[in-house]
Design a binder for this molecule. Structure first.
Ligand code: PLP
Length: 386
């Protein structure tokens, strides 16, 4: 029946790595692969209260929370997001997770074969969402200070005219790297000069456990689109995210979203709003959450004991590094036999690099499970190197 499939239906394939990762979904395998947020840190009780406040007798929002709503999102949540980001509510759009924001921005900016710059390595979900438009992906190097703006500048001076540049500026997925202040300013300056959109995807910024926050790209250019989400600070099942866009993009994005899902769940938006509006709860929750991830990061680093060459992250959920002399896709097969899983680096790299790299997530398992997972990884490396 393939002849019935559209171009997208035929070509948006699953990657070899995804198929390999299916192997890792066995009950006796400790997974450092998935990157699911710590379920034991979900604010279940506060969200239960929020649900009651939204729906309960004399509830705050009443039937509005169950009715169709505006495509842009409910006004109160847009205002809150606008205040938090320091942008007008009129240029914020509530999305069904930040994943939808990636899909929408690609749909309104990118035509087939348009050049789109992505960092190497990059978030796989962004490659998938933007890839749905069949762009010409242009890889740009990155390191411990994030996307390499010198490399990007060189490509631009040589005539590259990208529609957009995609980057995760804080505790990047997969590397954990945070873009330096100088590079943020430089990326903003390049966007101004060469007129491309910078998508500053920031799901992890609130999970900082070291150092000081840095300004977002929108402080350096009017060409930035900022993405945010409740997924890593409240719970991903809510599917509530947002985007702040330049004014000229509001109409096109809203029309694309209308076709996609009319609007993000009104009910979920009100539940998120109730929790996000509760300043004392949110402040205490974020402190506790950062501590959970700091402790897990340290536990995994301790147990790895130098097995992986890496830079320690300042927040977020991921460690990324090299195991010299080891092909990480081969290592994964051995690792699964030893009862541990991770994601091989090449899955994130559109330029074919990353074959000796691994992404390890410390978000999901508790500290003792992380120690056991690292011990199994040591064993797998020992077997494969023997
Ligand atoms: C960098 C990055 N962007 C976007 C997303 C999607 O998140 P959401 O749950 O908000 O759709 C993720 C999820 O892991 C991510 O790591």
């Amino acid at each position: 029946m393939d002849e019935l499939l559209s171009y997208r239906g035929r070509h948006a394939g699953s990657s070899a790595i995804r198929d390999l990762l299916r192997l890792t979904e066995q009950p006796d395998v400790l997974s450092l692969a998935g990157g699911l947020p710590a379920a034991d840190a979900f604010p279940v009780e506060r969200l239960r209260q929020a649900t009651e406040r939204v729906l309960g007798a004399g509830g705050l929002y009443g039937p509005r929370a169950l009715q169709y709503g505006p495509t842009e999102g409910v006004d109160e949540l847009r205002e809150l997001v606008g205040r938090n980001l320091g942008v007008p509510a009129a240029t914020t759009i509530i999305t069904t997770g930040s994943q939808q924001a990636l899909d929408l921005i690609a749909k309104v900016l990118v035509d087939r074969d348009d050049p789109v710059v992505v960092e190497v390595p990059a978030y796989i979900g962004a490659l998938q969402a933007i890839g749905g438009q069949f762009p010409n992906f242009i890889p740009v190097r990155s390191d411990a200070e994030g996307l390499d703006t010198d490399h990007l500048g060189e490509l631009l001076r040589n005539g590259l005219k990208p529609k957009l540049v995609y980057t995760v500026t804080n505790f990047q997925n997969p590397t954990g790297a945070t873009m330096s202040l100088a590079r943020r300013a430089e990326l903003g300056a390049l966007a101004e000069q060469y007129r491309f959109v910078v998508v500053d995807d920031d799901p992890y910024g609130a999970l900082r456990f070291r150092g000081e926050p840095l300004p977002p790209i929108r402080q350096f250019t009017s060409m930035a689109v900022s993405l945010g989400t409740t997924s890593k600070v409240l719970a991903p099942g809510l599917r509530v995210g947002w985007m702040a866009v330049p004014e000229w993009l509001v109409g096109p994005v809203v029309r694309a979203k209308q076709g996609a899902d009319l609007h993000t769940s009104t009910f979920a938006q009100f539940v998120a709003l109730d929790a996000l509006n509760d300043g004392p709860f949110l402040a205490a929750h974020l402190v506790a959450l950062a501590e959970v991830y700091r402790a897990r990061c340290q536990a995994l680093l301790r147990a790895l004991d130098g097995l992986v060459e890496l830079h320690e992250p300042d927040g977020g959920m991921f460690l990324w590094g090299r195991i010299p002399g080891v092909n990480s896709a081969d290592l994964l097969k051995q690792a699964v036999e030893c009862g541990v899983a991770f994601v091989p680096g090449s899955a994130f790299c559109i330029d074919g690099s990353g074959s000796d790299s691994v992404r390890l997530s410390y978000a999901t398992l508790n500290e003792s499970a992380l120690a056991e997972a690292a011990a199994r990884l040591h064993r797998a490396v020992h077997f494969i190197s023997a």
